[in-house]
Each structure stands twice: as C-alpha cells, then as structure tokens.
Design a protein around this ligand. Structure first.
Ligand code: ASP
Ligand code: MG
Length: 445
C-alpha cells in the first residue's frame, strides 16, 4: 500500500457541489491535488427527488408517468454529458453510462414493484454522479479510481452501519489499487444484511463520509456544502448569523439533530467514536474557515441555537403519580413498544410532559396513555435548542436565555440534562420571534 490510511483525507461533496457540468468541472480545483484522498459524492441535486418520484409512479402503476419522468431526467443528464466532456471518447463513455443506467431504470416498468426495487432505483443518482466525475478527471489526465461503495458500505440487520465490515472491506478494496491516491466513491448507497442494495436514508452521503473516515482512522473528514459552516442561528429565519468556527462532537450532534440542516444528524457518531475531526467547508468559498468539529473546544460559551419543527407535546396528568414509583417507566414503555423516541421531558409531582417528533403511532400511543390519567396534546410545537458548553457558567446562561425569551410564551423547559444543551418548547408560530430574540440576547445581533 502506498499511503498509510491515517494520512488520507475524506472529502464529501453534496448535490449542489456536483449540481451541473460547470460545478463538476470546478471540483477539480478542490480534489485534484497530490494529497491522498477519498472523495464521496452525492447525486446531482434534484436527482434523488426525481428518482423518488419515478419510484412512486411505479408503485402506483402509473407507467406513463414513470416513463415521462425518466425521459426528462435522462435528457438532463444528456445535456450534462454534452457540456462536461470535450473529447470524443469521453463523450461516448458518458453517453453509454447514461444509456445503461436509464435502461436499468426503465426495466422496472412491467411487473410488481417492491421496496427493494425502489432502493435500486434510488441508488442510480450516486452511481451516475461519481462515474461522470471520474470520466471527467480521466479526460484531464488526472488518475482517479472509482471505488464501488456497494462493495464495502453495509448496514446490519438493525439498519445500523457495520463499521467493522466497512473497515475490512474498504481496506481490501483500496489495496487493489497500489500507487493510487485519488479515489471517488458514492455517498448514501450501501448493502443491507441480506446483501441487497440499500441506502443510509436521505442526506446519508455525510454519513458515508464519516464512516469511511472512521474506518480508516483518517486525518480529517471534510463535508463540503454551499454554506460556510454551521451557523450560530438559522440563516433562513434570522437576518444576521455567523459561522461557528469550532464545535465539539456533542454540540454538533445536538445542532444537527435539532434542525441545523447542514449535517446529517447521526453522521457525527462514527467520527466521534474514533476521534476524527470533521470540517464543514463551502465549495463556493473554499478559503473560508468553515466549522471544525472535534473533541475539544473552548469552554463556557453559548455556541448556537437551532430549531426543530413538527413537534407534538403530550401531557399526562395523574393523581396516581403522586408519591408513586414506576409511573414514568410505565409511560416510557408505551413509547418503547411503538418505537417512538421521546425528545424532551419535564415532570411535576402530578404530571409529566414529553415531546415526540414522529406522529406515526400517536393514536395508538394516546389510547394506551389514557389508561394512566388524563392526556392532552399540543401539535405544531417547535423545540428551540441552545447549544454550548455550560459547565462553569450555568447560572449566567440560564439568566441570559430566559431574559432573551421574556416575551415568548414557553411551553416546556429542559435544563441540566446535559452540559451542552438547554431546550425550550414554543408554539411554532412563536419560533421566529424566539430565534430573533435569542440572536439579540445571546449574540448581540
Ligand atoms: N442523494 C441523497 C439524497 O438526496 C443522499 C445525499 O445527498 O446525501 O438524499
Ligand atoms: Mg446533504
């Protein structure tokens, strides 16, 4: 092996970074250097959504619609190829590639369409984008190797990534190419415990990158997107925000889970487990510092706020809770049976409030909870999560937060559960006001 795995960098580029022929060409400046690296690509932006629509049409047996959607997507790829390559042989290769993948998509129109086939269709986006970029590098005379993610990315029977399998098989795959330094592979796609084609769920290319970085104990994992890092507040809602330069893994995980769209929520875990720093960078502004996520960060500060909508609050009130033990366990068991995670929880002596972000089994859950006492629910709630490192300064933090929110009706407060997070629940209609107030009160913006 010519390079030691831990000197390799893993670079992941999202859909917009490969969203057009022009963007694909521009990538070369970021990946073409001599350093050993593994480049993980998403599908071109819009492609996975289009593939989801095609699969949906096939489920509904709307073959004409599936055909129209497939034709339209193929046409788009046709123009990408025409614009991307200037040499005849690359053009031919690109055309051949498209013909094969779209021929494959069309082969599903006739019979029964199942979840497995849907996953095969969803995998086409990343297979296309990586091959197109690889051919482009070839045309430029930059030697790259196309690594088939389906040979090493795997989830187990619980749909969790199998890091040991990934490590072993990725290393074996790399060892087939001694002397090579630039590898391109597909984000998002994998095989499942049965060896079938599967995926890491929407937005899962980040997860691919952190799994690869963790598997190789790589030097750094870079997630390239189109904003300049994780911001201190939601830039879609609040006018003035700034990129946070350093975050700990815990802070980043809280922010990703509670709404910062820039990062896939579970993707922090593999990097954290093996202590591999993750850097969030901006393709449009490569020299900007971005956000570095690592084990260490300066203490005692408030780093960012994030908001998560679509929350339902459930309140259970019962005289039986008074001085009783086992009440909460009984309540939690109901949620466990329906595999519904609880996000926030607050209790008083006679009542407990908790929140869920998943309404799928809510009716059944509410029915069972009714056995414990009177149950009320509030929909359209938002969790606002204030993230930082609050070890020594706790008192001051609480005062600042509640002073900032003094005019906002607060439905629940969760404080002290971790040193990294204070969460409040507000009605979604008050979210904007709350985020603006926090931006002023906590960041003077
Ligand atoms: N292409 C997939 C999606 O759109 C995976 C990703 O982009 O991360 O969800
Ligand atoms: Mg993404």
């Amino acid at each position: 092996m010519h390079f030691i795995f831990n000197t390799v960098k893993v670079l992941k580029f999202g859909g917009t970074s490969v969203g057009s022929a022009e963007r694909m060409k521009n990538l070369v400046q970021l990946i073409g250097s001599e350093e050993p690296k593994i480049v993980v690509l998403s599908a071109m932006s819009g492609t996975t959504n289009a593939l989801v629509d095609i699969a949906q049409a096939l489920y509904n047996k709307e073959n004409d619609k599936a055909k129209q959607l497939t034709d339209a997507l193929e046409k788009k790829y046709g123009s990408v190829v025409a614009e991307l390559y200037s040499r005849k042989d690359s053009l031919n290769k690109g055309r051949e590639l498209i013909k094969n993948h779209f021929g494959f998509i069309r082969s599903f129109t006739l019979d029964l369409f199942t979840a497995n086939e849907e996953k095969e269709i969803l995998a086409q986006g990343e297979l296309l984008s990586t091959a197109l970029e690889h051919f482009y590098l070839e045309e430029l005379g930059i030697g790259s190797v196309l690594l088939p993610a389906l040979n090493f990315m795997r989830i187990d029977a619980n749909e969790e990534p199998d890091l040991e399998f990934i490590e072993e098989n990725l290393k074996a795959e790399l060892a087939k190419h001694p002397g090579k330094k630039l590898f391109i592979t597909q984000g998002y796609i994998c095989r499942n415990a049965f060896g079938e084609i599967d995926n890491l769920k929407r937005g899962g290319s980040d997860y691919t990158a952190t799994l690869i970085g963790a598997a190789l104990l790589s030097e750094e994992i870079q997630i390239w997107t189109d904003i300049d890092g994780m911001h201190n507040n939601d830039p879609r809602i609040v006018d003035k925000t700034f990129p946070v330069t350093e975050l700990t893994f815990d802070e980043a995980a809280e922010l990703a889970y509670f709404g910062a769209k820039i990062l896939h929520p579970t993707c922090v875990l593999p990097a954290q487990k093996r202590k591999i720093p993750v850097r969030l960078l901006n393709t449009m502004q490569p020299e900007a510092k971005g956000t570095l996520i690592s084990e260490h960060a300066a203490g005692d500060r408030i780093t960012a706020v994030a908001a998560k909508d679509g929350i339902t609050a459930i309140n259970i009130r019962s005289g039986r809770m008074l001085l009783a033990y086992g009440f909460l366990r009984n309540v939690f068991e109901v949620f466990e049976r329906y595999k519904t995670p609880i996000d926030m929880i607050t209790t008083s002596e006679v009542a407990v409030s908790l929140t869920v972000d998943n309404d799928r089994n809510l009716d059944a859950i509410l029915k069972e909870l009714a056995g414990f006492g009177s149950v009320e629910i509030d929909r359209s709630q938002t969790i606002i999560c204030i993230v930082g490192n609050f070890t020594a300064e706790k008192q001051g933090v609480a005062v600042k937060i509640f002073d900032a929110l003094k005019n906002i009706p607060i439905r629940m407060i969760s404080y002290g559960g971790s040193e990294n997070n204070v969460s409040v629940l507000v009605d979604t209609k008050d979210k904007k006001d709350a985020l603006v107030a926090l931006n002023k009160g906590l960041f003077n913006l």
